[in-house]
Design a protein around this ligand. Structure first.
Ligand code: SOE
Length: 380
């Protein structure tokens, strides 16, 4: 097997999810490449060393520029807050590194475009970690749509609901709460949560034409973790938008961190001429499917447990015996497996930076529409 030396930047939630994927992928997938956990990079040397020990990284760096300059690093994995993605990715591309970047790609479309230009100029393989595409039930939804089973699509409906920022005492900023600080995150639920819904939607239902959005910031001021001072909150706490897809379908998207009782309720439903499908992250191994072509007396929503083998249920033949389900972390393992397989064939694997730029353009149009209170076209 060919080694692929990974240099991971950032050791938060995503640093763990990606490291776990690198460690497990070759145990379950037959691949030409094998990720090697070469270096972890983070500003706090002590924490980085503890992370290296726990996950098996061979070395520690505290400056990402030094990591990128190392000849023994093949791929840079960016798991830092959103405001540093562009600088790191552009430098990594210039150094000829393979790049795996956490979502969202960038703070906004223009910044994302520079990143796309950098990786395309350098011709380096690149991917963005929109992991939900590779939950087997979601991948199966894509297959069903591609097989034409839904026919013409009329409606796309998605939401991503959480409830962890309701307390006004929660500060903004710093290592754990940078998602609440607009300077680090770029936006609130739009870039953090709706970006997932948008990525899946563009993948399943094609490009969007225009959007009409509303956003709200319920808590206007929060103490900043780093300064200790109360500061204006610049992120959107909640966002809902209507969209028109280029295929003529209509869509609704909603996200909030103020839906008491919901932790990560990502759901979507698609209604086509012949059939409908629905999916729910809290029950991620099931795909709900209704087919109007079924015999009348048996026609009903079926709940498909996407755990079977035989090539029919995506990825599942790589795991346990039929009927035994897998979970959230496996979507990252699948992404690494697909990326490594693409690398061996010299083929790009989505979502590439360019794919993720389209999501960024939708986010930009959504935030603009919330400001102008008008329908806005999505930049193509
Ligand atoms: C936010 O709470 C978050 O962790 C997102 O940043 C992730 O992308 C999402 O998958 C789960 O929620």
């Amino acid at each position: 097997m060919k080694p692929l030396n990974i240099g991971l930047i950032g050791y938060g939630f995503m640093g763990r999810a990606h490291s776990n994927a690198y460690r497990k992928v070759n145990n379950f997938f037959d691949l030409e490449y094998q990720p090697v956990l070469k270096a972890i990079c983070a500003r706090n040397a002590e924490n980085a060393a503890a992370f290296a020990k726990k996950w098996g990284y061979e070395s520690v760096e505290t400056d990402w520029r030094k990591l990128i300059a190392r000849d023994d690093i093949d791929a840079i994995d960016i798991c830092t807050p959103n405001n540093s993605h562009a600088e790191i990715a552009i430098a990594a591309a210039k150094a000829g590194k393979i790049i795996l970047c956490e979502k969202p790609l960038s703070m906004n479309g223009p910044e994302g475009l520079k990143m796309v230009q950098a990786v395309e100029k350098a011709k380096v393989p690149n991917i963005v970690w929109y992991n939900y595409r590779r939950v087997p039930a979601v991948t199966m939804a894509k297959k069903l749509i591609e097989e034409g089973r839904l026919g013409k699509i009329f409606h796309y409906r998605a939401k991503f609901l959480q409830d962890w920022t309701i307390s006004p005492d929660l500060p903004q900023g710093g290592a754990a709460l940078w998602r609440l600080d607009v300077k680090a995150a770029g936006s609130g639920v739009t870039g953090d949560l709706l970006a997932h819904c948008i990525d899946t939607a563009l993948w399943l239902n094609g490009s969007m034409d225009s959007v009409s959005a509303m956003t709200e910031t319920f808590i206007k001021e929060r103490k900043h973790t780093l300064t200790g001072k109360k500061q204006k909150v610049g992120i959107d706490d909640a966002c809902a938008f209507l969209a028109r897809f280029k295929n003529g379908s209509l869509a609704t998207f909603e996200s909030t961190r103020y839906a008491r009782g919901h932790k990560a309720l990502y759901t979507f439903e698609i209604n086509g001429e012949h059939a409908s499908i629905a999916w729910d992250l809290h029950d991620l191994h099931r795909l709900q499917y209704f087919d109007h072509k079924d015999e009348g007396k048996l026609r009903a929503w079926r709940s498909i447990h996407v755990t079977d083998h035989g090539g029919d249920h995506p990825y599942m033949d790589k795991w346990w015996v039929p009927g035994l389900q897998i979970g959230y972390e496996h979507s990252f393992i699948h992404q690494v497996a697909d990326f490594l397989a693409g690398l061996a064939k010299g083929k790009p694997v989505g979502p590439t930076f360019r794919d993720a730029l389209e999501t960024q353009y939708v986010c930009d149009a959504v935030l603009k529409s919330a400001r102008t209170k008008k329908w806005e076209k999505v930049k193509q």
